[in-house]
Every structure is written in structure tokens, then in C-alpha cells.
Design a protein around this ligand. Structure first.
Ligand code: PRT
Ligand code: ZN
Length: 210
């Protein structure tokens, strides 16, 4: 029997819930913060703890068979993987936001404007579909401070409560994508019986919750 590998986030917003869902599936494993790999003692599975950004590619390339990651990261990395199951946590919306004082109203008004983001792929696709040409400025973090400093006219970022936008003097302008954590699989593992077993357990955990 092949030992499967599942990649989950090492630390961050998805880590705790990812560990919880696997434990609720009856899997026994140590969750040492310092280790990068953990062996499940009662199922042929190893857990790899990774940066979320690396998970889609690891699964695409077969280094991991399965992964738990936000849909936004899958789309952004353009990884070719199977979406096996939405997991109901890590929910957020990717939004374009502008300064609270801005009187910009229509999407077309973003033409020629600078938008700061860490998610250029998702933003570029959205703008292309809408026929809008903006100047996308790729920033690796803290994009919210851009408009206040005059670095950009708008931002495109993940929003959950909206508190971060508000405290930086911004307001949501357009919703681009909804996201939540999903279980993904390598394209070649669809018929694997252990994957089917795990997927069934995850689905019963999810339906017991709802
Ligand atoms: O270290 P690693 O690279 O693994 O983690 P990371 O820092 O890249 O990601 P992390 O842990 O912050 O988020 C992991 C995933 O959680 C994201 O890819 C999303 O799918 C999902 N998620 C859900 C969020 C949020 N909600 C969220 N609120 N990711 C980020 N945020 C940020 C948001 O950008 C904002 O700056 O949290 C801030 C607060 O949001 P508000 O609206 O509640 O104020
Ligand atoms: Zn990340």
C-alpha cells in the first residue's frame, strides 16, 4: 500500500482548521510545530507542513498527493490540480478597494489607475474580462498602505471582516473572487482507494458539522 502525502499550511490562518479536520477524520499524528513532516500512525498517510504558496505546485508535481489550501492560492499559482472538496473554513473575498474619500463609482474609472496587489494573476484576469487596463503594481505585503502614501490609486487584496481596510482609510469597491479552503489532489490519484477512503471520512466530518 502506497503511503499518501498531504500538504497543509505549517502556520497561519489555515493551519489549525486543517489539523482539526484531519484529527476529526480519526487520524492519529503528532503536530509538532517544529517538524515539517508527520507520520499518521493509523492510516497510510504522511503530513507535510508547508508555506501555503507552495502547496498547489507540490500537489501538481506529485511531491504531495493531496493538499489543503485557499482557492485564491490555487488560482494565483495556476496549478493544475483536481478540486476534491470545499472545506468550509478560511472563507474570504478578494476585493478591489479604494480610499474611503474616493468618489470613483464605475469599474471603468479604474482605467489607467495604479492598483497595488500581491495577487496579480487573479486581478489581471478580472480586469481583462472587464476590458479594463490598469497598472498592476505587485507588492508582497501591506498593500493597504499604498493609497495613503500615494503609491497606488486602489488595492486588490483579501478581505474577511473588512477591519483592515477600514483602519487604513479604505472602502471596498468591487468583489472579484470568493475563496475558502479546499482539498486538492494530484491529477493522477483520482482512483486511489486510500484517497477515496479519506475523502469519504472528510465528507462525513463536514456533514456532521452542518
Ligand atoms: O506563511 P504562509 O505563506 O503559509 O501564509 P500567508 O501569510 O501567505 O497566509 P495566511 O495564513 O495569512 O492566509 C492563508 C489563507 O487564508 C489565504 O490564502 C486565504 O485563502 C485565507 N484567508 C481568509 C485570509 C483571510 N481570511 C484574511 N483576512 N488570508 C488573509 N487575510 C488577511 C487580509 O489580507 C487582511 O490583510 O488578513 C487581513 C485582515 O483581514 P480583515 O478583512 O478581517 O481585516
Ligand atoms: Zn503565503
Amino acid at each position: 500500500m502506497k503511503t499518501l502525502k498531504i500538504a497543509i499550511q505549517k502556520s497561519g490562518r489555515l493551519n489549525e482548521k486543517s489539523v482539526e479536520i484531519l484529527k476529526n477524520c480519526g487520524l492519529s499524528f503528532e503536530n509538532y510545530k517544529s517538524s515539517l513532516i508527520s507520520t499518521v500512525t493509523n492510516f497510510p498517510l504522511e503530513i507535510l507542513f508547508l508555506r501555503d504558496d507552495d502547496i498547489p505546485e507540490y500537489v501538481q508535481d506529485g511531491i504531495a498527493d493531496l493538499g489543503i489550501v485557499g482557492e485564491n492560492v490555487i488560482v494565483e499559482t495556476k496549478a493544475e490540480v483536481d478540486y476534491l472538496q470545499k472545506l468550509g473554513f478560511g472563507k474570504c473575498t478578494l476585493k478591489i478597494a479604494v480610499q474611503a474619500t474616493s468618489n470613483i463609482q464605475k469599474l471603468e474609472e479604474l482605467n489607467g489607475k495604479a492598483i497595488a496587489t500581491s495577487y496579480p494573476v487573479i486581478l489581471e484576469k478580472f480586469l481583462r474580462e472587464k476590458g479594463i487596463k490598469s497598472d498592476i503594481r505587485i507588492i508582497s505585503g501591506s498593500v493597504e498602505i499604498g493609497p495613503g502614501l500615494g503609491l497606488s490609486d486602489a488595492i486588490f487584496d483579501i478581505v474577511s471582516t473588512g477591519g483592515t481596510l477600514k483602519s487604513n482609510g479604505l472602502k471596498p469597491f468591487a468583489d472579484v473572487m470568493q475563496s475558502e479552503a479546499v482539498l486538492i489532489g494530484n491529477k493522477s490519484i483520482a482512483d486511489n482507494p486510500e484517497v477515496a477512503e479519506l475523502l469519504q471520512r472528510i465528507r462525513s466530518v463536514l456533514s456532521a458539522k452542518s
